[in-house]
Design a binder for this molecule. Structure first.
Ligand SMILES: Cc1cc2nc3c(=O)[nH]c(=O)nc-3n(C[C@H](O)[C@H](O)[C@H](O)COP(=O)(O)OP(=O)(O)OC[C@H]3O[C@@H](n4cnc5c(N)ncnc54)[C@H](O)[C@@H]3O)c2cc1C
Length: 433
C-alpha cells in the first residue's frame, strides 16, 4: 500500500484517478481518509450519506471490559489496546481540526454496572469472575455504594460493580472533527456499485452515476454494506436502536451506567453538561439480525425506556428527543476485517459493536499499511507499544482468515462477489453475533 500511495499523485477531481479511494465516510472511512492524507496521498471518499450509518446511532462507549465475552479474550485485548490509544488519537484529531481540547467528548471516568434482580446479579458475578481472570480491574460494590456514586440508582437494584476500565467518547463529535480534517480530500456523494479488477488486483471503483475512478488503493469501509461490493468482506447488518434524552444534570447520571434488567442489557451514556445545566443522554441499545431499514419499532423504544428507568427511575423526568436505528457492521466472528485482502484492496470494516472503540487502532493499522508512522520512542504514535498492538490486531483481524475457513468448507458460495479471481476469500456466514 505504501508504494502505491506515494508514487501516483494525480488530481482526483479532474481525472477520477487517485492514490487512495475510500468507499464509505463513516467514522472508519474518514479515519482511513485522514491517515491517508497525512501520509501524503491524494484521496477520494465516496459516500452518498457520510456519517449517517452506524456512526450516527452509536452511543460511543469505549467498553472493552463490559463487552468482554467468554472465549473472546483476543477481541478484548484488541479493545484494551485501542482504548489505550484513544487519548492520543483524540488529542491529535482535535489539534488537526483546530478544535479546543475535549471537543470530541472523551471521558475517562469509568462505568457503573448494575444488576436489577437476583438472577441479573448471578450473571454479573460470572462476568466479574471473567474480568478477574483477564485482569480487567472491575470490582463488585453494594447497591448503597452504587448510590453514593450515582444517587439516581433505583431502590430495587440488587447488585452493582465499578468498572474503572470502560469510558466514552461522542461519536458524532468525532465524525464532525474527521470531516474537518478530511476536507482537503475529494468527497463524492455517490455510492460505489462495484470494484474494478484487472489482473487479480483492484484498480478502482464504479459509482452509481456510472463514473469510473482509478485508484492505487481502494479502502473498503462501507460498514455492513461492504459485503455487497466484495464477497471477501462477509459483513451483515445488525440493526440497533438508541434513544436520545435531554435531562437536568442533577437528575441524570454523571458516568456511563449499564446493566441488565431480567436478563435484558441496557445502558445510559451521559454527555457533558451544557451551560444551561442540562445534558444529552444516550439510551441503548437493541440488537437484531434483520435488514437495515432505519425504521424504529415502537416496542424497542418502550423496552429501552422501561429497562433504563428500572435502573435509574429519575429518567422519567427527561425529555425524549428521538430514536435512531442504524445497522452495525457485523462479521462472522464479530471481529473487524482490517488489512489487505487483495492487491489494491484494503479492508477496514466489520467493526460490529465496537467500531468507535476500535477507531484509533484502525488508524494505527492504516498508518502501518501506508508507512505513515515511522518507528518512534515509547509513548509516541510510532512507539513500540503501538506497533505491538497493531501487529497483534492485524494478525487477529486479518481479512484473509475467512478465506482459510472457506477453503475447509466444501459448499461455500459467492453470492455477491464482484471478484473475478478465486484467490480472494469467499465466504458468507451469519448469525454468530
Ligand atoms: C445502536 C448502536 C450503538 C452502538 N454503540 C457503540 C458503542 O457504544 N461503542 C462502539 O465502539 N461502537 C458502537 N456501535 C458500533 C459502531 O457504531 C460501528 O462499529 C461503527 O460506527 C462502524 O463505523 P463504519 O464507518 O465502519 O460504518 P458506518 O458508520 O455504518 O459507515 C459506513 C458508511 O458507508 C457508506 N456506504 C454504504 N454503502 C456504500 C457504498 N456502496 N458506497 C459508498 N458508501 C457507502 C454509508 O453511507 C455509511 O456512511 C454502535 C452501533 C449501533 C448501531
Amino acid at each position: 500500500m505504501s508504494s502505491r500511495a506515494s508514487s501516483h499523485v494525480v488530481s482526483c477531481a479532474s481525472s477520477h484517478a487517485c492514490d487512495v479511494l475510500v468507499v464509505g465516510g463513516g467514522i472508519i472511512g474518514l479515519t482511513a481518509a485522514w491517515r491517508a492524507l497525512e501520509a501524503g496521498a491524494n484521496v477520494v471518499v465516496l459516500d452518498p450519506a457520510p456519517g449517517d450509518g452506524a456512526t450516527h446511532a452509536a452511543a460511543g462507549m469505549l467498553a472493552p471490559v463490559m463487552e468482554a465475552g467468554f472465549g473472546e479474550e483476543a477481541q478484548t485485548r484488541l479493545g484494551t489496546a485501542s482504548l489505550a490509544l484513544w487519548p492520543e488519537f483524540a488529542d491529535a484529531l482535535e489539534r488537526a481540526a483546530g478544535l479546543p481540547a475535549g471537543a470530541v467528548g472523551l471521558e475517562t471516568a469509568g462505568t457503573l454496572a448494575l444488576a436489577y434482580d437476583g438472577d441479573d446479579l448471578v450473571a454479573l458475578r460470572r462476568i466479574l469472575a471473567l474480568h478477574r481472570d483477564l485482569g480487567l480491574g472491575s470490582v463488585e460494590i453494594t447497591p448503597a455504594e452504587a448510590r453514593r456514586r450515582e444517587p439516581g440508582v433505583g431502590p430495587r437494584v440488587a447488585g452493582a460493580a465499578w468498572v474503572p476500565g470502560d469510558h466514552q467518547v461522542d461519536p458524532r463529535a468525532v465524525h464532525a472533527a474527521l470531516a474537518v480534517v478530511t476536507a482537503r480530500a475529494t468527497h463524492v456523494p455517490r455510492a460505489a456499485v462495484s470494484l474494478t479488477w484487472a489482473d487479480g488486483a483492484v484498480v478502482g471503483v464504479l459509482d452509481d452515476a456510472g463514473t469510473a475512478y482509478s485508484a492505487g488503493t481502494v479502502v473498503l469501509a462501507a460498514g455492513h454494506a461492504s459485503a455487497a461490493l466484495f464477497a471477501g468482506a462477509p459483513t451483515r447488518p445488525v440493526p440497533g436502536t438508541t434513544l436520545r434524552l435531554d435531562a437536568a444534570a442533577d437528575r441524570s447520571p454523571a458516568v456511563v451506567v449499564r446493566g441488565t434488567v431480567q436478563g435484558r442489557p441496557v445502558y445510559v451514556v451521559p454527555r457533558r453538561v451544557r451551560p444551561d445545566g442540562r445534558r444529552e443522554l444516550v439510551v441503548g441499545a437493541t440488537s437484531d439480525e434483520r435488514d437495515d431499514n432505519h425504521l424504529t419499532r415502537a416496542g424497542d423504544v418502550f423496552a429501552l425506556l422501561r429497562d433504563a428507568r428500572a435502573l435509574l427511575p429519575e429518567l422519567d423526568d427527561a425529555v425524549l428527543l428521538g430514536a435512531i436505528t442504524r445497522a452495525r457492521p457485523g462479521s462472522p466472528d464479530n471481529a473487524p476485517l482490517l488489512g489487505r485482502a487483495a492487491d489494491g484492496l484494503y479492508l477496514a470494516t466489520g467493526h460490529h459493536r465496537n467500531g468507535i472503540l476500535l477507531t484509533p487502532l484502525t488508524a494505527a493499522a492504516v498508518d502501518e499499511a501506508l508507512g505513515a508512522a515511522p518507528p518512534g520512542p515509547p509513548g509516541s504514535p510510532g512507539g513500540p507499544e503501538v506497533r505491538a498492538a497493531v501487529e497483534a490486531a492485524t494478525r487477529y483481524a486479518d481479512p484473509l482468515r475467512f478465506a482459510v475457513a472457506d477453503r475447509a468448507a466444501p459448499h461455500s458460495t459467492t453470492p455477491h462477489s464482484t471478484t473475478p479471481h478465486s484467490t480472494t476469500p469467499r465466504t458468507e456466514r451469519g448469525g454468530t453475533a
